[in-house]
Design a protein around this ligand. Structure first.
Ligand SMILES: C[S@@+](CC[C@H](N)C(=O)[O-])C[C@H]1O[C@@H](n2cnc3c(N)ncnc32)[C@H](O)[C@@H]1O
Length: 244
């Protein structure tokens, strides 16, 4: 049984377009992000795990590029979208329902793990520590982990931070308002409003920065290899770490 944070389902009901494989925002993300991933991956034909794969935009992009893909996510809506796309396109990717904080791939040995789309925002630092412990066990020696993480500190310091955001998402455009910062947990709440459907909900997001992830990775047994601008907005970074 995979636990499900109650708000995760609501979030992706209201705001899923950037994570669906056929949407325009997803196409733009992959176009920018895929080359940044590919240059760090092991030889074609290697097994790659897409952790928190969402609708699978990177999963399918990497499969096309020649990798044997497995995707893990826990959100039914996302899994459904990914499986539908796999069926329609004849993809052979394995799409598994699972909890990233409790990976169950006994005896598997991936050449790389990708963790894209600032999925870290869903997790506390303790949870990411747990995730990376699991990633370490499923990776082969010298295997790489590619994580796209938001740099919220850079955003705040840039002066470009906006408390109220208009987020286009196809038919489900939403407004999100940052409502409460919790300095003990390092989270801020976002209140999402869909003006057309009247739906709204509140969700907590973790504040991240590359140096926080780098410290977790070091403790989990990974060396940092590189860092560059991500494909998830101007304040995202793509960090590459290799298993020591
Ligand atoms: C921001 S989306 C990123 C999706 C995809 N990686 C991309 O780049 O488009 C984060 C994904 O993490 C998934 N997720 C959140 N918590 C999870 C958990 N504990 N285990 C597995 N997936 C989870 C969500 O369902 C969602 O699909």
């Amino acid at each position: 049984m995979v636990p499900q944070a109650p708000w995760v389902d609501k979030f992706y009901e209201l705001y899923s377009a950037p994570y669906l494989p056929t949407s325009e925002p997803a196409r733009l993300r992959v176009e920018q992000g895929l080359p940044k991933i590919l240059k760090h991956l092991p030889e074609k034909g290697s097994e790659v795990l897409d952790l928190c794969c969402g609708g699978g935009l990177y999963l399918f992009g990497l499969e096309k590029a020649g990798y044997k893909m497995t995707g893990v996510d826990m959100e039914p809506r996302m899994l459904k979208a990914a499986r539908k796309h796999a069926k329609e396109t004849g993809s052979k990717a394995r799409i598994v329902k699972g909890d990233a904080t409790n990976l169950r791939f006994k005896g598997r040995s991936f050449g790389a793990v990708v963790f894209m789309g600032a999925a870290t925002g869903h997790f506390s630092m303790a949870e990411v520590k747990k995730i990376m412990g699991g990633v370490h066990t499923v990776l082969r020696p010298k295997g790489v982990v590619i994580t796209e993480v938001n740099d919220h500190i850079a955003l705040f310091l840039s002066g470009m931070y906006q408390r109220i955001l208009y987020e286009p998402s196809g038919e489900n455009d939403v407004i999100s308002i940052h409502t409460r910062y919790d300095g003990e947990k390092g989270t801020f709440n976002r209140l999402f409003l869909n003006l057309e459907s009247d739906k709204k909900f509140k969700a907590p997001f973790q504040i991240w920065a590359p140096w926080i992830l780098n410290s977790i990775m070091d403790d989990a047994g990974f060396d940092q290899k590189s860092s560059e601008t991500g494909a998830f907005g101007g304040f995202s970074r793509i960090l590459v770490h290799a298993k020591r």
